[in-house]
Design a protein around this ligand. Structure first.
Ligand SMILES: [Zn+2]
Ligand SMILES: [Zn+2]
Length: 138
């Protein structure tokens, strides 16, 4: 089971949910690999085929620092061949720049000084999106 959040904007009504972590369908990377873009799949297949690897993978949320776009992506990291590492790098489809991972740190959410990261609405630019609602998914 994974965690998730629903972000919404008070001003324009933008609402979107994002999931993190891994669900029960995520036994093996190959079960969920179809959910990532072809370009990345083509980089991953040969590594998984040629090396005995234990890929790390989970759903993560990324943002574009230029247009404030928010993305939910399957992140994959594979150590292989002794000292090589493959890690998915995602770009904003609009701005073509690298996306930055957002760490919501839900485990610390109950701490008093815990603060959700400030996010700008990708639709209208309003600062900031509402304190998100936390959801669970499977
Ligand atoms: Zn962008
Ligand atoms: Zn908005």
């Amino acid at each position: 089971m994974g965690d998730g959040i629903i972000l919404n904007c008070k001003k324009c009504g933008y609402q979107k949910d994002f999931i993190f972590g891994i669900g029960f369908m995520y036994g093996d990377l190959m079960d969920v690999i179809e959910t990532i873009p072809k370009k990345h799949r083509e980089e991953i297949y040969p590594i998984v085929k040629n090396y005995d690897v234990h890929p790390l993978f989970e759903q993560k949320v990324f943002k574009c620092n230029k247009c404030n776009g928010l993305y939910n992506k399957l992140w994959v990291k594979i150590d292989y061949d002794g000292n090589k590492t493959y890690e998915t790098k995602y770009k904003c489809y609009k701005c073509k720049i690298d996306l930055e991972e957002i760490d919501f740190d839900l485990d610390n959410e109950k701490n008093q000084d815990f603060k959700f990261p400030d996010l700008i609405c990708p639709k209208c630019g309003f600062k900031y999106l509402d304190q998100p609602m936390i959801i669970l998914w499977d």
